[in-house]
Each structure stands twice: as C-alpha cells, then as structure tokens.
Design a protein around this ligand. Sequence first.
Ligand code: 5AD
Ligand code: SF4
Ligand code: FES
Length: 344
Amino acid sequence: MLKNQHAVKGMRWSKQELVEALAAENGRDIFKKADLLREAVCGDEVHRRGLIEFSNYCARNCHYCGLRRDNSKLTRYRMSEDEIVESAQNAKKLGYRTVVLQSGEDGGFTTDALCRTVEKIKQKTNLAITLSVGEKTKNEFRRLKSTGSDRYLMRFETSNRGLYERLRPGASLDTRLENLKVLRELGYQVGSGCMIGLPGQTLEDLADDLLLMEKMDLDMVGVGPFIPHPETPLKNSPRGDLKLTLKFVALVRLVTRNTHIPATTALGSIHPFGRQMALERGANVLMPNVTPEKYRKFYEIYPNKICITEKPSDCAGCVGSMIHSLGRKIAKGYGHSLKQRREA
Ligand code: 5AD
Ligand code: SF4
Ligand code: FES
C-alpha cells in the first residue's frame, strides 16, 4: 500500500483543462498518463465482478433506457431468490470474489426479499456483494447493509441538472446525490458515474461530471457511451463517441486517482475492443455477466449489448483471456476500495 501512496496525490485539474483535454484531437498524452497512474495505484491486477441482472422491471421512465416503464415491447422477468443465490454460487465457482446484484427500480422485488437474498449469498459464498437497484430510503439502505451488502452502485448519470431532470421524469439530481451521500454515511463502498454523449450534453458538462466525481470521493466510477434504444424517446439521437468515452475514462483515472474503474459493457458493445482499450487507458475492473442465459436478452438497456447469447462460463473464459492478452493478471482478492477511510 504505502509504496503507492505518493502516486495518490496529484495535480488538480481545472474545468478549463478538462474541457481542453476532452476536446483534444489526440488523446495519446492522457491515455499514457492514465495507464501509468493505473499501474502505480492498482498494479497489473484486474478485478472481476460477476454481474447478476436479476429483474428488468422498472418503475421509472428514463428517456434513454430500454427498461423504462413505458417500453411495452419488452418481456419482463424477475429471478427468484433461489435463482439469484444459485447464480452467486456459480459466480464463486467461476472464481469471482464479488457479485453485483442489478435490477431496474422493481417495487415487486421487496427490500425484505433483497435482504434475505443478500444474507443467503453471504452465508453460502462469503462473496463481496454490490447492489445496483436504484434509489431507496435510508432505512432500506441500512437494512441491506446490515444483512451483508458491501458496496452500492448508483450513477448520477449527468451533473447537468436541467438535462438530468429532462431525461429522468419525476427524478431530481439533488435526491440522487442525497442517496449517494446516505450510502457513504452508512459505510457502503460507493460507486457512481455517468453516460457520455447524451443529447444536449456539452464538454463543459462532462468536465463538471469529472469534478463532481472528484468532490464525491468515490470508491468506484463507471462510465459508458450513451447508446440509443429504438423503443425510447431518444431513439433518433446519435450514440456517444468511442474516442470521447475513452478520453473520459482516462480523465476519470487522472482526476479520481485511486478508484476502481470498470471497462464497461457499453464500451464493449460499441467496439469489439472497447473494453480492452479502456483497460489500457485507466480501467482496472471487468464485470462479466453471470445472469442465466435464458434471461440475458431481456436485460436490454440498449441495443446490440454483448454477451446476450453466452453462458456465464463463456464470459468467464472470455474475460480471463482478455486480461492475459493485455499482459495483466487476474486479481485474487476481493478488490475492496483503494481508499483509506476511518472505520464507518
Ligand atoms: N445507453 C448506455 N447506457 C445506458 N444506461 C441506461 N440506458 C443506457 C443507454 N441507452 C446506463 C445508465 C444506468 C446504467 C445501469 O446503464 O447509466 O445507470
Ligand atoms: Fe429504470 Fe435505471 Fe433504466 Fe432508468 S436507467 S429506466 S431507473 S433501469
Ligand atoms: Fe461475455 Fe466476452 S465477456 S462473451
């Protein structure tokens, strides 16, 4: 740990510098710096987090997302508690040390049911558990923590308040940020992030996203390109740019320094080497899918998502070879937060 502490403190970026870096024709300079900083603070190990997409029901109606309430074309599914526990056991068998339980904001899967599921997974596998199930009350977050959840992912999506509130009807950015603050206070390791290339989003907005990530002192930061879904109001908007997203990933590393940064599925879905490129530009985490094969195609947040026809073991083999092909190593530990905090 200590030998890397010198790499943790670095220069502060101004908004203007961030805008210029995002606008630069050539990203080579920040790509190289981000890769070196990743090596200094994370080493060569890549952490794998097994993703279980356990329900695609959602009460919200986000303009960008294929799981939105008004998408009546989507076949909805909700895995049973036992199926989720079995998927977690499968994740353990595949060698993963963390499972991520993700769903839409599904009122039909109660917090009690989720608590029971978390408790069973912890008991049977001792895996680290990350939740990604949307906004809840402080009490619900507390119960989920006390039954064994370690981490929580909740992207702020965009720091532009007007854009946020236009794209997420009925939701407010302040509530989102308040939820994230509560998660931190309760002792979760907290991940957030945003999308790149939302319609109307400017480079200034993206610079603000980076500065917000820095200010929030996050443990994990996930970002990906916006990809238009044909059954949403944004179906005719252009998708987020690969190169801009990669520059953003590199800047996430340079600005937030000792965070866990996934090479996201969305990046892998817009380019066959999207994830590999991210791993060479600041990222140190992969999130292989461990959802049972039969449900995968219904978790269609955006079209052309990768890993839709594969089995959990296929993705395990795939990410293993990806890590080795880049000359990196499969991490052995839990991959908890790299930040030193006073005990929560
Ligand atoms: N394109 C890319 N990412 C999307 N998300 C939702 N819809 C899309 C889309 N159309 C992202 C959001 C959400 C995460 C689970 O998926 O950032 O937080
Ligand atoms: Fe629901 Fe999340 Fe999709 Fe919004 S982004 S519709 S909250 S699953
Ligand atoms: Fe699923 Fe490559 S990670 S097939």
